[in-house]
Design a protein around this ligand. Structure first.
Ligand SMILES: [Zn+2]
Length: 388
């Protein structure tokens, strides 16, 4: 008999599968075995072709009509140089109360906690609540053949949960201090300005694209996009790359290019930002008599789940199991919650994420058990709210 809880042991088994994105490395077989034992019906969903083919799992238990969903990803980011690790990244070693390994925080232990919570809940609940699990192997990379496709599949099959919790490690310092109820959107631009190449000693025969490019960029990075709103801080823009076609210092380049990224809140849409920037780029290009092109890429739109049923349920469970009053926040990068928002209210809550993606990623095993208790408590409260 291991001295560790079911959740901690399952987290260890998951960490031992080297599921560096987009591999699932046996994690889905493992989860399917565990879930079938407690009455789940499992459906494997494959999206994409060839080497882009991604394996996902949708699992469902109970009849409803009320329906609670959990979501998570089994893929992890690469380990970097494994010799830099003090704890081998896929060994799932436990030392001094911490479980070490790639994916321990982000987010295999979160998945282990919600499965453990469901097992405990099943033993003490007579409710028929439908529980579903949305598990993807494609969150850390392109997120093209993962949750977004599962959500499409759920829509076609008319599967609409009442609410969903994503087990991302949202806690900042102590478990329970932070719930994520929205995320900013992301818009990337590649801006290319074309002038006329020439000798630096004869600038009147050339058209230098670097100065207009700098003018355009200073507009990108110095403009206050907004002051934020009740759910979000101000949107931010960062220039991330610069280059010109010139290799030497005595040639005025033909073209100069830059990359930038905007993290934007719900005060903007990607169309409004693009239109506004392109208008200014056009004006500057006109003033300097140069041409420009801009390539836009956006893989995430901002979303927010307004404070309400779901955030109250989560906050009440967190308070009852930890005594902490979680802050609602929308900080951080993008997450798969943005896709689930199309189905139902969604919030993210999980373990302390401060070591995620780092060398010697780790998580407190006590926190895994606390998280299990919070998730179980939440399911009981959900039953009650639905008047069984
Ligand atoms: Zn994650």
């Amino acid at each position: 008999m291991s001295k560790f809880s079911y959740a901690v042991q399952l987290a260890q088994k998951l960490v031992r599968c080297p599921s560096v994105t987009p591999e699932e490395a046996g994690t889905l077989d493992l989860l399917e075995d565990e879930l079938k034992q407690i009455g789940f019906i499992c459906t494997r969903l494959f999206f994409g072709d060839g080497k882009d083919r991604i394996r996902n799992l949708y699992a469902e238990y109970g009849d409803g009509p009320s329906h609670f969903a959990f979501a998570g990803h089994v893929d992890v980011v690469p380990v970097g140089r494994s010799t830099d690790w003090n704890f081998p990244p896929f060994q799932a070693e436990i030392k001094d109360g911490y479980l070490y390994g790639r994916g321990s925080a982000d987010m295999k232990s979160g998945i282990a906690a919600f499965i453990s919570a469901i097992r405990n809940w099943q033993q003490s609940s007579k409710a028929k609540t439908k529980i579903s699990l949305i598990i993807t192997g494609d969150e850390e990379a392109d997120a093209i053949n993962g949750t977004t496709k599962i959500v499409e599949w759920m829509k076609i099959n008319r599967i609409y949960p009442d609410m969903c919790v994503v087990a991302e490690p949202t806690s900042q310092i102590e478990i329970g201090d932070n719930i994520r109820n929205g995320r900013r959107g992301s818009l990337s631009g590649k801006l290319i300005v074309n002038g006329i190449q020439g000798h630096v000693a004869y600038p009147h025969l050339a058209q230098n694209p670097t100065f207009p490019l700098m003018k355009m960029l200073s507009f990108v990075s110095s403009t206050e996009l907004d002051v934020g709103n009740s759910y979000f801080g101000p949107s931010t823009a960062e220039v991330t790359g610069l280059s010109t076609s010139s290799q030497t210092s005595n040639v005025i380049p033909k073209s100069a290019s830059a990359m930038f990224n905007i993290r934007f809140n719900t005060e903007h849409s990607k169309e409004s930002l693009q239109g506004w920037l392109e208008e200014h780029f056009r004006k500057i290009a006109g003033d300097f008599n140069v041409e420009f092109e801009v390539e836009w890429k956006s893989n995430a739109l901002p979303f927010v789940t307004e404070a309400g049923k779901l955030t109250e349920l989560l906050s009440d469970s967190i308070m009852s199991k930890t005594g902490r009053n979680p802050e609602l926040s929308t900080i951080g990068g993008t997450s798969d919650a943005r896709f689930i928002k199309q189905l139902c209210p969604v919030a993210e809550f999980g373990l302390v994420g401060k070591t995620m993606h780092q060398i010697d990623e780790n998580v407190s095993i006590n926190d895994i058990d606390v998280l299990t208790n919070i998730y179980e408590d939440m399911l009981h409260r959900f039953d009650k709210k639905n008047e069984y």
